[in-house]
Write a protein that binds this ligand. Structure first.
Ligand code: GAP
Length: 515
């Protein structure tokens, strides 16, 4: 575990050192859980968004995009339930004055018990070696069974309290479990209170009577309120989808793990409108389609798993997460939800407008059901960085390489004149002018060629083109491949052919289709 924590720390500093992610307003000591993307980060992020957007809109004829405003009429959030129910239970420690999510404190307590079980298992594995039967050990070992019973009882009590949002019971659990504040070490807790996660601001001057509006906590509502506009103007027939990428804001109480949980983040959401009664089939289909999108990146199938929800929101009749094996364990990257007709019906009720679909085949009108796929760009970014980060030993030297899928890499081709003189920089410029219409290229002249290769490896550049004296004579260059570090002498005229489509988003899209 310590090792994985180490990897995560290295990843965070790598992101800063190589211009991927910086803390926001860093010269003022940063702003909690807000981050900026640097020169390489923005390229990678844009490529992730392009991959998602094109997978949605190019591979599905019946999915179109929109770009709704962040500010929306405040009644939208009343109708969606966010004003009344988008809350986290929080608790303060009176001594440290630190604020915590009550549910997170209890979940950490559950994780501690799980750790104890895992430690017993690991100890026994070492003791018994090859002959170890983990399932049998878990089912029979006295100490493990004792911990498991404790875990089950706590989990049941916690789930019941969360389902009823019983704040007194949540506090009582914290007291009974003798959970202490990690800062002060005391159990001097306040009562548990509800905390709404939406940021609000005011629109219009106060003299005119300003209106309280919210920064959207999800992009989905921008799609729901435009359902009729898109359906009518695009003459869309069910089933059809609307995709959107945009910023969302949540005043997270516990914001940690770098860009995993942020206060300002970006979502890629798609609402798929369908005929009532067909939702479970479509839900199963979208689960598969979305996992295939993730797997096409090539990090290995074992890095992903589904987490089906047992506890469903009152409007959902199925929900699952796609989790990625982050350095801090399997964590949700994407949610797929069968949201019934809850949102459209609520907007119809609150706006007084009829929001329905007239089915030309059955000649009936109904409120469509919705399957939602919702993924955080930043979490996806983190999962890709984590999946791609590698430390290798090469001839006794350490190299850090980002084995990014070439189509997502910020720079596709680095052009490196061996020396910064003798006409080589000019030749590099000539090659750049040749390639830049198709690939994002970068010329690097400073430092030894070895150092430049290392820098390009560290940002995940799949191809390096080295220009030397021979290039001026015969128009050939050395082409170096990031992953194998193999080098080949090739004609400049062949570069296009060799690199080809491998660094373009279309190559990823084809992988999804062919799998
Ligand atoms: N419209 C449904 C919805 O918003 P969600 O599970 O709350 O569902 C969907 O969020 C996705 O948005 C998550 O799977 C995650 O990738 C991302 N996300 C949510 N909160 C986030 C946060 N505070 N920071 C970064 N990403 C977040």
């Amino acid at each position: 575990m310590a090792n994985q924590e180490d990897v995560f720390k290295k990843l965070v500093s790598h992101c800063k050192e190589y211009g991927f992610v910086f803390p926001s307003s860093e010269i003022y000591d940063g702003l909690g859980a807000v981050y900026d993307y640097g020169q390489n980060g923005v390229e990678l992020k844009n490529n992730i968004k392009r991959y998602w957007w094109e997978a949605m809109t190019k591979l599905h004829e019946n999915i179109v995009g929109i770009d709704a405003a962040i500010f929306m009429h405040p009644t939208v959030w009343k109708a969606s339930g966010h004003v009344d129910a988008f809350n986290d239970p929080l608790i303060d420690n009176r001594d440290s004055k630190k604020r915590y999510r009550a549910d997170v404190l209890i979940e950490e307590q559950l994780a501690k018990i799980e750790d104890k079980i895992n430690k017993e298992v690991e100890k026994a594995r070492k003791r018994f070696g090859e002959a170890f039967d983990e399932a049998q050990f878990r089912a029979t070992n006295g100490r493990v069974l004792e911990y498991q019973t404790k875990w089950n009882a706590l989990h049941q009590r916690y789930s019941d309290a969360m389902n009823k949002m019983d704040l007194d019971e949540l506090k009582q659990i914290i007291l009974d479990e003798e959970i202490v504040c990690p800062i002060s070490g005391t159990r001097n807790w306040t009562d548990v209170r509800q905390f709404n996660l939406m940021f609000s601001t005011e629109m219009g001057s106060t003299a005119d009577g300003a209106m309280k509006i919210y920064l959207r906590p999800e992009t989905a509502q921008g799609i729901f309120v435009n359902y009729l506009n898109v359906q009518k103007s695009g003459r869309m027939k069910l089933p059809f989808g609307i995709a959107q990428i945009g910023k969302a804001f949540r005043n997270e109480i516990v914001a940690r793990q770098f860009i995993f949980r942020m206060r300002e983040f970006e979502q890629m959401e798609m609402q798929f409108f369908i005929k009532p009664g067909t939702e479970l089939d479509w839900f199963a289909k979208w689960k598969k389609t979305r996992l295939a999108w993730h797997k096409a990146l090539g990090f290995g199938d074992l890095m992903y798993r589904y987490h089906d929800h047992e506890k469903l929101a009152h409007y959902a009749n199925a929900a699952t997460d796609i989790e990625f094996n982050m350095p801090f364990g399997f964590k949700e990257v994407e949610g797929i939800h069968s949201r019934t007709n809850f949102d459209l019906s609520q907007h119809a009720k609150y706006s007084g407008k009829k929001i329905e679909y007239f089915d030309p085949e059955t000649r009936e009108s109904y409120v469509p059901y919705v399957i939602e796929t919702s993924i955080g760009v930043d979490r996806m970014f983190l999962s890709i960085m984590a999946g791609a980060y590698r430390e290798e030993e090469v001839n006794g030297e350490r190299r850090v390489v980002l084995a990014l899928p070439p189509a997502l890499a910020p720079v596709k081709v680095a052009i490196l004149p061996l020396v910064n003189k003798d006409g080589l920089p000019e030749k590099a410029e000539e090659i750049l002018r040749e390639l830049r219409y198709d690939y994002t290229c970068q010329i690097e002249v400073k430092d030894s060629i070895g150092k430049r290769y290392r820098r390009q490896d560290a940002i995940g550049t799949p191809y390096c083109v080295t220009v030397d004296g021979q290039t001026l004579e015969d128009n050939t260059v050395t082409l170096r491949f990031r992953d194998t570090m193999e080098q080949e002498r090739v004609a400049i005229a062949d570069l296009h052919k060799i690199i080809g489509d491998s660094v373009n988003i279309s190559s990823l899209l084809r992988k999804i289709e062919n799998d």
